[in-house]
Design a protein around this ligand. Structure first.
Ligand code: SAM
Ligand code: DTB
Ligand code: SF4
Length: 327
């Protein structure tokens, strides 16, 4: 496959920021083959279709979170067996980052179960970020809501991406979280952008939301002043003890439709097939890559739940002819 920059004959649709909800719903609901073809054509115009970006996650501060996100095993309100821990040491984080780099990851994402960090926490995470950056990895953090000065401090330390998800549509949001508002999430995203940190923002499917909710989430993302650099699409991991533990399983076709629609709406973004891959068949993942997903979490653990074994991902990549993106 020729590199895109060397092949100007591909038509690149110009990114739009004015999508109507009805337009997105029609895109999402068109015949599956048409949708996937359109998404794959857009994907090829912007990316090498056989290259996947690998991010590795680490939970730097586990459990005991005061928020009530109905999907989350780290909320203090649910009995999920996740223990509350203190912030990991910088050296422990750097050791994991070295391993991640050796395994082939190009981005290292540090997650903390906080509603919002204290300034002294931000200082400690800033040290981790500088250390990870010095290893030659891209850095990402997800620490909850940020104040402007905190975002600036993280940028100064070398933070490339900040992950803060909208999770679902504004209309469905109240069914899932009551302890912070949709607007508060948008405000944090605006502060991250103002600090000139790339935004990583997406959501979760399979929580009982409607097609219109999925379309509305994608509309909000695609109508931000700049499209997020990364858009994680998580399939709900149904964790025992959380309110969503018994949620009905999502039809994988709906997952692929969500990814394809995200790809068409935000053509230059890395769309990440995020949580939930352990429960997906190889064919479902292959279909999601065809639909335009070009990033995954690589490593045997997400934050508290399992991710596919290295050997399973290596075998899948080999059978699909996929390559890991190099740094
Ligand atoms: N506490 C911070 C926050 O909420 O922004 C950062 C960590 S939080 C765990 C990051 C994201 O992980 C959530 O916004 C959600 O999208 C995703 N997530 C958490 N639990 C999940 C689950 N059980 N299944 C799928 N995604 C999940
Ligand atoms: C994102 O969108 N997904 C990741 C990351 N950002 C931080 C988290 C997935 C968590 C899945 C549940 C767990 O392992 O606790
Ligand atoms: Fe806390 Fe983040 Fe989990 Fe919500 S998703 S309960 S904010 S760790």
């Amino acid at each position: 496959m020729q590199k895109l920059a060397e092949n100007p004959s591909f038509d690149r649709p110009v990114p739009r920021y004015d999508w109507e909800l009805a337009e997105i719903i029609s895109l999402y609901q068109q015949p599956f083959n048409d949708l996937l073809h359109q998404a794959q054509s857009v994907h090829r115009a912007y990316f090498d279709p056989n290259e996947i970006q690998l991010s590795t996650l680490i939970n730097i501060k586990s459990g005991g979170c005061p928020e009530d996100c109905a999907y989350c095993p780290q909320s203090v309100r649910y009995h999920t067996g996740v223990e509350k821990e203190t912030l990991m040491s910088c050296e422990q984080v750097l050791e994991t980052a070295r391993q991640a780099k050796l395994s082939g990851a190009t981005r290292f994402c540090m997650g903390a179960a906080w509603r919002s960090p204290k300034d002294k926490d931000v200082d400690r995470v800033a040290d981790m970020i500088s250390g990870v950056k010095a290893l030659g990895l891209e850095t990402c953090a997800t620490l909850g809501m940020l104040e402007q000065a905190q975002a600036e401090r993280l940028k100064q330390a070398g933070l490339d991406y900040y992950n803060h998800n909208l999770d679902t549509s504004e209309a469905f949001y109240g069914e899932i979280i009551s302890t912070r508002t949709y607007q508060e999430r948008l405000d944090t995203l605006a502060r991250v952008r103002a600090a000139d940190i790339h935004v990583c923002c997406g959501g979760i499917v399979g929580m009982g939301e409607s097609v219109a909710d999925r379309a509305a989430l994608l509309q909000t993302l695609a109508c931000l002043p700049r499209h997020p650099g990364s858009v994680p699409i998580n399939l709900l991991v149904r964790v025992a003890g959380t309110p969503l533990a018994e949620q009905e399983e999502l039809d994988p076709i709906q997952l692929a439709r969500t990814i394809a629609t995200a790809r068409i709406l935000m053509p230059a973004a890395y769309v990440r097939l995020s949580a939930g891959r352990t429960s997906m068949s190889d064919m479902t993942q292959a279909m999601c890559f065809y639909a335009g997903a070009n990033s995954i979490f690589y490593g045997e653990k997400l934050l508290t739940t399992d991710n596919p074994q290295f050997s399973r991902d290596q075998s899948l990549f080999a059978r699909l002819g996929l390559r890991a993106q190099r740094s």
